[in-house]
Design a binder for this molecule. Structure first.
Ligand code: ARG
Ligand code: ZN
Length: 874
């Protein structure tokens, strides 16, 4: 039942035009589709017509006005085949669907009182019979009929062209989208919605109406998304020369949504969590995330919609490029180094883990069972890293010329990854043949580097070996084309001028690693240097180099590259924590290396030139990243050692943290500006160290910050410290007060859930079970499931991995229930269980047992694919 890339066949029939009519009703929506089809000139005259459909009540099917007899078509699984059709014809169908019963949230469904759609990748087939594949494009005309009171607002793609009244208190609006599009970009929204309007004048002087549609109670949370949208529109004009192409751009917020948002042509639909923001309810991190997602969906208008994918194997063509575009936008708008640090931290923990697990897949997979399972960190984040490497290889200006050419040449077409890389090769003259392996080879490459200083010859030789560990189905890996940005630091911290093979590229250069092992020699080096490697994280790889701790501290102070200063700090902390883990395992007391304390003291006493980066440097490596270093993960040792490191830093540097806490208090009114965000993040990390000291007055400081109630960033930071402390007399009242204050706001209650289920105390799992009964929780809502279950299994590792297996049982129970309700979310939530091979035998056996319990259910295609991969013998 797997689908293979190499089986691709072009469509036999083209669509000239699609005309849809929806007669909305929660229980029975009638969908009429008039498809103007034409045989492709290259297709055989006998080619049958194949359409896709899923859970559709077919009421009528006719060709050119003639109803088809039952013998003239056949339905098998999800396809409908008509053997004989004319060369050019009108296919007219009518189906009945039930949006209210659609808990999978794919196709047309209801979210509270709102009708909405999610069609990517294959949701349109739950709406009507259709050539539901991205390489069949058509202009759409959509008429939506609804109740005048329940559905006063009726939206679809493009421009509204007609509206009118109908008998029985009904009304309609007709929409026309002139840009040919695949069905996955179709959207419909209907219900009682309010609108915030604005406008944008494009670079060429066209006026675009901007509309943000929300339910009435959310009107106070719309300003930020609208401002972000306008910034994104301007940025895309300036950075990529891309203008918006319709007179109207709409965003709608809905409460039930499987992902963050969706780039439907002219009508983006957003998960309310990815668009609604207000200082009282939303943290700085969420403000920034929302800005990034609004930009991401907007950028898809070109990278995705105008130029789309030939088939779903090419998903990274649009997602990798668009993530890269939104990353660059956020870097330009906020602290660029912090944006890079955050993106790399995400990639190195969660994407590396995916690459090392049973569901590892290339950025362009060559087969799949359920494409919804491939909206992964590998496709999105590693896909973006590939685009970033391309730009770094050919230079920003050449890259821009390449992207201009790409958009121009392929406008209106459905294309492949090769088409993108080929234009980049064309404009740069660089051979990117070997580079293409990044798309077909799964797994994280490992670089082992060694340096040798030859004092007599005054040269430094760097040896780099690459190898990629096997992944399921790909036992043998080939070398990749890896750009390795680097420099050398002198012992006084000055950057050394590099000279390789008679060329002097300056203090910073990019080495092209293309073979399994390569060597570079730098001449004229007067004393042993400290190499700074993989600057800016120039490739998505793991890199080892035998730096001493003193060398790491040296890099932390002096590296010209901000990213590598952070990375050196992480490495230094990592070695110190690993040493404590060893002590923990041997039952000895854990002592934190004084060099880390010295390094932190140095950082805390630096002139505060970049506070945003400083805050990141003070954050110890996450438990997830520490786990990534271990062949067998010891969750308890990781947690204990990291916690002990925090406490010892807090004790040794109490006065420094206290000073930093007070120095970064703001008196200005809240604004999510880069400067304020940096100050808050520094202040709150300082406060978290202070409370780790165990000094009672530090929790009083947290309590005061909580009660000052100035903005959600500060409130949530303080609440977390109170709720995670052992002082129930402080934590419980704060949790109660917060829960009562925000019981009317589901998005804030998600934060309330997340804060409680990340408690390190051993009662966390019982709390999860208890909160699943809370009236604010619903297993049918993906945001609630992510906040409660997703946060627990990802961010509370000690409690999820409890020795008695209760965490695994809890997750399996939830997955079994979700399997019936929402297969896509079920297949995402199960991920932590599939990684059982990384744990000790006892835990692995418990996890495997739960996977087998899940396997015994009647599984959706989504879960079936993931569970079988997880349990496969490799
Ligand atoms: N294209 C959307 C985005 O990245 C995500 C669509 C996800 N669809 C899904 N079935 N998971 O912006
Ligand atoms: Zn996207």
């Amino acid at each position: 039942q797997a689908i293979y890339l190499h089986d691709y066949q072009p469509p036999a029939y083209r669509l000239e035009r699609t005309e849809l009519t929806f007669d909305l009703n929660e229980k029975a929506t009638r969908v009429r589709a008039r498809l103007h089809l034409q045989r492709h000139p290259e297709a055989e005259a006998q080619a049958p017509l194949v359409l896709w459909g899923c859970e559709l009540g077919l009421e009528r099917i006719a060709i050119d006005g003639q109803p088809l007899l039952e013998s003239e078509y056949r339905i098998e699984g999800e396809t409908l085949t008509v053997e004989r059709v004319p060369e050019r014809f009108l296919l007219d169908t009518e189906v009945v669907i039930e949006p209210a019963a659609n808990t999978a949230l794919e196709g047309l469904y209801v979210s509270g009182p709102i009708f909405c759609t999610q069609c990517e990748p294959e949701g349109f087939r739950r709406i009507t019979w259709y050539p539901d594949r991205p390489d069949v494009l058509a202009p759409f005309t959509t008429t939506v009929i609804g109740d005048r009171d329940r559905e006063p607002v009726l939206l679809s793609n493009g421009n509204p062209v007609e509206r009118g009244e109908l008998p029985g208190n009904r009304h309609f609006v007709s929409w026309q989208d002139p840009h040919p599009k695949p069905a996955y970009l179709f959207a419909l929204v209907a219900g009682k919605l309010d609108c915030v309007r604005d406008s944008f004048t494009t670079a060429s002087g066209r006026e675009v109406a901007l509309e943000l549609w929300v339910e009435e109670e959310n009107l106070h949370k719309t300003e930020w998304a609208m401002a972000s949208l306008k910034r994104a529109m301007r940025w895309d004009e300036q950075s990529y020369g891309r203008e918006y192409d319709l007179d109207l751009f709409m965003i709608v917020a809905v409460n039930d949504f499987n992902m963050g948002a969706m780039e439907n042509k002219g009508l983006n639909i957003f998960n309310s969590a990815a668009v609604l923001a207000n200082p009282q309810t939303t943290t700085d991190a969420a403000f920034q995330r929302i800005e990034g997602i609004v930009a991401h969906e907007y950028f898809h208008n070109w990278s995705g919609n105008r130029v789309t994918c030939r088939d779903w194997f090419q998903l990274a063509l649009k997602e990798g490029f668009t993530v890269f575009r939104d990353q660059t936008f956020s870097a330009d708008t906020n602290s660029a180094p912090v944006k890079r640090i955050e993106d790399v931290a995400l990639l190195r923990t969660l994407q590396f883990a995916e690459d090392a697990g049973p569901t590892a897949h290339p950025v362009r997979p060559d087969h799949f069972i359920e494409i919804s399972n491939f909206y992964t960190l590998t496709i999105y984040e590693k896909g973006a890293e590939i685009v970033r490497m391309l730009r770094n290889l050919i230079g920003a200006e050449t890259f821009r010329r390449g992207s201009d050419r790409y958009f121009e040449r392929f406008d209106g077409q459905a294309v492949r990854v090769e088409d993108f890389v080929d234009v980049m090769a064309e404009v740069s003259g660089l051979d990117l043949g070997l580079f293409m392996r990044w798309y077909s080879q799964a797994g994280t490459p490992q670089l082992d580097c060694r340096g040798e200083y030859d004092e007599a010859g005054q040269r430094f030789t760097l040896t780099v070996r690459q190898h990629t560990p096997p992944t399921p189905g790909q036992p043998d890996k080939l070398p990749l084309h890896i750009p390795l940005r680097m420099g050398l630091l002198g012992d006084d911290g000055t950057p050394l001028t590099l000279s390789v093979d008679g060329e002097t590229p300056g203090t910073d250069t990019v080495l092209h690693l293309t073979e399994a092992e390569q060597q570079w020699t730098f001449e004229g080096i007067e004393r042993a240097p400290v190499p700074s490697l993989l600057r800016g994280f120039s490739a998505p790889v793991r890199l080892d180099y035998p730096w001493s701790r003193d060398e790491l501290a040296h890099l932390m102070r002096f590296d010209e590259d901000g990213f590598n200063r952070w990375d050196a700090t992480q490495r230094l902390a990592l070695t110190a924590i690993e040493e404590m883990m060893t002590a923990h395992a041997a039952g000895e007391t854990m002592h934190l290396d004084a060099r880390l304390i010295d390094a932190f003291r140095y950082l805390l006493n630096q002139p505060a030139d970049d506070r945003a980066v400083l805050a990141e440097m003070l954050r110890l490596p996450s438990e997830a990243w520490i786990a990534e270093q271990q062949s067998q993960v010891d969750v308890d040792a990781i947690h204990a050692a990291r916690r002990a490191a925090i406490e010892q830093l807090a004790d040794s540097l109490y006065a420094d943290f206290e000073r930093v806490y007070h120095a970064n208090q703001s008196t200005a009114g809240y604004a999510p500006t880069p400067e304020q965000i940096a100050a808050r993040s520094l202040k709150n990390i300082a406060l978290s160290y202070l409370t780790a000291s165990g000094e009672p007055e530090t929790l009083a400081m947290a309590k005061a910050q909580f009660e000052a109630d100035d903005n959600m960033t500060d409130v949530r930071a303080a609440l977390t410290l109170l709720a995670h402390s052992d002082r129930a007399d402080l934590g419980d009242p704060a949790i109660r007060a917060f829960g009562e204050r925000w019981s009317h706001d589901a998005l804030v209650m998600d934060q309330w859930f997340a804060t409680q289920v990340t408690r390190p105390q051993p009662d966390a799992l019982e709390r999860v079970r208890f909160l699943m009964q809370h009236p604010a929780f619903s297993i049918k809502n993906p945001n609630r499931v992510r906040a409660l279950i997703g946060t627990f299994t990802r961010d509370n590792r000690v409690n999820f991995h409890r020795r008695d297996g209760a965490g695994y049982r809890l997750l399996a129970d939830v997955v079994i229930e979700l399997n019936r309700l929402n297969p896509e979310i079920a297949a995402r939530m199960i991920a932590p269980l599939t990684r059982f091979r990384r744990f000790d035998e006892a835990r692995a056996a418990l996890m495997r047992g739960e996977l087998e319990r899940i396997r015994a259910e009647k599984l959706s295609r989504n879960l079936h694919e993931v569970v079988e991969k997880a349990l496969a013998e490799t």
